[in-house]
Design a binder for this molecule. Structure first.
Ligand code: SIN
Length: 291
């Protein structure tokens, strides 16, 4: 996508936009109003939606009763979509993750993370649609990892300059073993998806802003650091996502869509609705190699 000069929200909102903006918090999150994503989007609208993603880090749309094909088409405006090798997908649509929780399967995405950082090229962004939500609960929290970086003490920023972290699909491996995959099958996945190394602080390819890019779900350790030092730094960095001032909270309705930038924010799906049903579908846009 095209580069953007500024990611200042006021400047963006004072420019000519094909939608209205309702910000959810000063740092992160905005609803884009008066858009019907069923309509084919002209290049200016697509460009402005992408710019909004850069500015707000997560953008939301309401009342978007899309077909699966329309969901895929919207996702493809922003890049190639991935097929997740471990998570269940919608029958006939390998690029559509089907995340369903109910009485027998409690919500598990309640850990702060950025999607698929265990890949060499993790996700640019994820586009999630609410199919069936609980009466109450099941919100998703988003946390701004750029503001979190900006607010770090200078000595920590200096210490993290050039630091590299190793990531792993650890939770999915546990799931594979639980599902009865043999040691050989698990080993084949290990070979296919070797642990990637990503900078602890990444630079956004469009805005050039720096962000904390380690997460509790997938990051294992900081390369070359003493085990204790690595663990305490990672625990400190993970804890930044939980600071309310960096967050927004999205209350879902049926056919709401969230599109988040995995390069600049982390998310946490609140698992407070058991035994009610919560069913969402996600398409995931492939990103580039973090630097
Ligand atoms: C996810 O972690 O991708 C799922 C988020 C959600 O269900 O709200």
């Amino acid at each position: 996508m095209s580069q953007m000069i500024s990611n200042n929200a006021d400047e963006f909102e004072n420019s000519d936009l094909p939608f209205k903006v309702n910000r959810l918090s000063p740092n992160i999150g905005a609803e884009l109003l008066e858009l019907d994503l069923k309509n084919s989007l002209d290049s200016e609208t697509k460009k402005k939606i992408y710019e909004a993603l850069l500015v707000y880090k997560v953008i939301f749309f309401r009342n978007q009763n899309l077909t699966t094909e329309e969901h895929l088409k919207f996702g493809r405006h922003f890049g190639e979509l991935e097929v997740h090798p471990f998570a269940p997908y919608k029958e006939g649509f390998p690029e559509v993750l089907n995340i369903t929780h109910n009485e027998k399967n409690k919500g598990k995405e309640n850990v702060w993370h950025s999607d698929v950082t265990w890949r060499e090229k993790p996700s640019l962004g994820s586009i999630l649609r609410m199919i069936e939500g609980p009466q109450i609960g099941g919100d998703t929290l988003f946390s701004d990892m750029q503001t979190a970086y900006d607010k770090l003490p200078e000595d920590i920023k200096n210490k993290l300059e050039g630091a590299i972290a190793v990531h792993d699909f650890v939770g999915f491996r546990k799931l594979l073993i639980k599902k009865g995959k043999t040691t050989e099958e698990v080993e084949a996945f290990n070979k296919k998806y070797p642990n990637p190394e990503h900078p602890v602080i990444r630079t956004h390819p469009d805005t050039k802003k720096k962000a904390i890019y380690v997460n509790k779900a997938f990051t294992q350790y900081i390369k070359g650091w003493e085990e204790n030092e690595s663990k305490s730094m990672l625990d400190f960095l993970y804890s930044q996502a939980a600071i309310p001032e960096y967050q927004c909270r999205f209350i879902w309705e049926k056919d709401s869509i969230a599109f988040w930038d995995n390069r600049s924010c982390q998310h946490y799906a609140v698992s407070d609705y058991w035994p009610q049903v919560r069913k969402v579908e996600r398409v995931t846009v492939i990103g580039d190699t973090p630097y």
